[in-house]
Design a protein around this ligand. Structure first.
Ligand code: DX5
Ligand code: ZN
Length: 218
């Protein structure tokens, strides 16, 4: 049984006090900090880049899980590695046939790497790269915005991915991202996900420590 890790998404934090929110969420028991990087091209939203990550790095020792929702990620991964990312994940939909090379590029920078697929992308695209991944991220909403509704049809894909991971015989984390709530988190874990991203559910909760515990233990 893989360790369950709760990964609050800083996209739902107050950007005027990002450092304080990061510190607070770390003290509330976050295992991983999920950092959503958006370029306004791959997705229809903008968030923050490596300079912000570099500055908030000093506010927490938690694992920085950097989810790149950007075109041509290979042009930027080095900057995210230098900014203090511990894991960098890149989209199959952004990389196309350069996915393998981009994952290798991330690994060569001494950072953990992961592949991400959108809700409508089949799990089979992961087969050629799964062996190189430290983590696989399945989107349970279409990327771009926090606070969207969880897409149920992703659950069978979580199961398929868990099987694929099992076949490798390696310790590969399986992360799910988008629309996670207390109502659906158990079905995600039952399907095989062990890294749970939660943005609005965590940041909108009156007691963030409690909600993190609940997401972990439910
Ligand atoms: C969506 C992002 C998610 C998002 C999660 O593009 O990748 O990480 O911030 O937010 P919630 O949990 O509110 O769906
Ligand atoms: Zn994300």
């Amino acid at each position: 049984m893989k360790k369950i890790k709760i990964a609050p998404s800083m996209l739902s934090a107050d950007f005027s006090r990002l450092g304080e929110d990061l510190k607070m969420i770390t003290e509330c028991g976050a295992d991983v900090i999920h950092l959503d990087v958006m370029d306004g091209n791959f997705v229809k939203n903008l968030s923050f880049g490596p300079n912000v990550i570099k500055d908030i790095r000093k506010c927490s020792n938690a694992v920085f899980d950097t989810h790149l929702m950007i075109l041509n990620p290979w042009n930027y991964v080095e900057r995210f590695a230098n900014a203090g990312a511990d894991i960098i994940t890149v989209h199959h939909e952004a990389c196309g046939d350069k996915l393998k090379d981009t994952l290798k590029q991330i690994k060569d920078l001494g950072v953990k790497c992961g592949a991400v697929i959108n809700p409508d992308t089949p799990v089979k695209v992961l087969e050629p790269v799964i062996d190189m991944c430290d983590m696989v991220l399945l989107m349970s909403v279409f990327p771009g915005f926090g606070g969207q509704k969880f897409i149920e049809y992703v659950l069978p894909k979580v199961e398929q991915t868990a099987e694929l991971i099992l076949k490798t015989g390696k310790e590969i984390d399986l992360e799910i991202d988008g629309g996670i709530t207390l109502e659906n988190v158990k079905s995600c874990k039952d399907a095989g996900a062990n890294v749970i991203v939660a943005g609005s559910t965590v940041f909108n909760a009156p007691d963030r420590k409690l909600i993190i515990e609940q997401l972990r233990n439910i």
